[in-house]
Design a protein around this ligand. Structure first.
Ligand SMILES: C[S@@+](CC[C@H](N)C(=O)[O-])C[C@H]1O[C@@H](n2cnc3c(N)ncnc32)[C@H](O)[C@@H]1O
Length: 427
């Protein structure tokens, strides 16, 4: 029924992928999912974990109203950038020249500049000058304030977000020598001397990234003159949407593999001025984060049998910290997912479809069948499971015995596409 969600499985995607995001699914998958669930032309479609904005882009291209939220402000900017219409396309290159002209005359020194984690002070100043100049020209001409301090991104246009995204890509180009084998990590200060690049080189990379981004916009979106879209920062546990206002959900919840989405987007977060305190706060509120928040997390029995069994297996595992740190990480994940699914049931109209893409994993030798666990939680929160498709998407190494002379065995990773419908009445 559904196509494989992975970006590599989309042969039509090629080089047109808008933003390299470790956890993103493909445009083709969302288009196919919309067809399969038959969303009407006046429908409102939601992705509460919008990431790089694949769902909201495909929704707009199909002429739908879209709502897209993510707790990570940097990813909200990327998702917004994808919604540029052809009314402004002709202005993109002249405005780019203006941004760089203004940047040449700008020196913005930030206290404890986060970009200096990787860049030399003069290189950080050159990148910050472009950022300041984008903000002065396209967000607020009077006063500079780091985007990270904005409570909402409602006032940031797709055009401004487009240049922010081009600058994210510029920064990633500059940081390429610091990339390790783990795709979500960059080496930190101390591991290498900080990177140095001449201002002219930085400007040239920025210009090139603007052109590349322009060429990777979706033609369906750019042709659409009347976009009805709300994209903003929000946690999926508390959505600012009215009851029964959403006709369909297509989304991929955060992985349950301790993939650290905050660390994976550290350069983007540094660019928008996220300081250490805000970074820790973001990490703690993210679903799937490896940080453990102390406080009352109810290890509730109404998360279903599959979840209880998995948590029990983790608790009973003989390896170090299984019953302590790791158990808390998993409880925190399911607690946040339970609250998010309640919230989705609240905002969806009765019988509305919800498509979720989830990936299984292993904790040591304990199988985390996330599709089964989340299906049970969703059923308990007011959904009926209609259909499940499984795709083998690769192999992972799983640790069988971590105590001594550990050995590892590879096993397949399965990504599941789950189709639910919101029940007519909630319990
Ligand atoms: C699997 S990714 C979604 C990828 C997206 N489908 C795409 O194509 O780019 C999950 C997203 O959930 C976000 N996230 C994590 N915790 C969240 C929370 N509490 N509320 C909202 N979003 C959250 C992460 O920042 C991440 O972008």
């Amino acid at each position: 029924m559904f196509t494989n969600p992975k970006q590599w499985a989309d042969r039509t995607e090629g080089t047109r992928s808008f933003y390299e995001y470790y956890a993103g699914f493909s445009r083709l998958f969302v288009r196919n999912a919309m067809e399969q669930i038959g969303v009407g032309s006046a429908a409102t479609i939601l992705d509460p974990w919008n990431g790089a904005g694949t769902t909201t882009e495909a929704g707009v291209a199909a002429g739908l109203s879209v709502r897209g939220y993510d707790i990570n402000p940097a990813m909200v900017l990327v998702a917004k950038a994808r919604l540029l219409t052809n009314t402004v396309l002709g202005s993109v290159e002249p405005i780019c020249s203006d941004i760089l002209l203004k940047a040449k005359k700008t020196i913005k020194i930030i206290d404890r500049e986060p970009l200096e984690t990787w860049l030399s002070p003069s290189t950080a100043v050159a990148v910050r000058a472009i950022e300041t100049s984008i903000q002065r020209l396209l967000v607020d001409s009077k006063k500079y304030c780091p985007i990270a301090n904005f409570p909402t991104l409602a006032g940031v246009s797709s055009l401004a977000a487009f240049y922010y995204t081009a600058l994210f890509k510029t920064l990633r180009q500059l940081l390429a020598p610091l990339r390790g084998s783990n795709p979500t990590w960059f080496k930190q200060r101390g591991a290498m001397p900080r990177l140095q690049a001449p201002v002219g080189t930085i400007h040239n990379i920025f210009r090139r990234e603007v052109c590349l981004l322009l060429s990777s916009l979706d033609a369906g979106v750019t042709a659409n003159q009347r976009i009805e879209a709300t994209l903003d920062i929000s946690s999926s546990t508390t959505l600012s949407l009215s009851d029964k206002s959403v006709d369909a959900v297509i989304a991929s919840p955060p992985y349950c593999t301790r993939l650290d989405y905050a660390v994976a987007t550290m350069p983007e977060l540094a660019l928008i001025g996220v300081d250490d305190v805000a970074f820790r706060g973001l990490r703690n509120s993210m679903i799937g984060s490896p940080t453990v928040v102390t406080g009352a997390l109810d290890d509730s029995t109404n998360w279903g049998l599959a979840c209880s069994q998995f948590l029990e297996n983790v608790r009973a595992h003989p390896s170090k910290a299984s019953a302590g740190y790791y158990l808390k990480v998993f409880i925190s994940y399911f607690w946040k997912m339970n609250h998010s699914l309640s919230e989705l049931a609240r905002v969806m109209i009765p019988s509305a479809p919800m498509v979720l893409v989830v990936q299984d994993s292993y904790y040591k030798d304990v199988h985390n069948d996330l599709a089964a666990i989340l299906s049970e939680i969703a059923v308990n929160r007011g959904f009926t499971l209609i259909h499940r498709d499984d795709f083998v998407v690769g192999t992972s190494l799983r640790s069988i015995n971590t105590r001594s002379r550990s050995y590892r065995r590879s096993c397949s990773v399965v990504e599941s596409v789950l189709l639910f419908r919101r029940r007519a009445s909630l319990l």
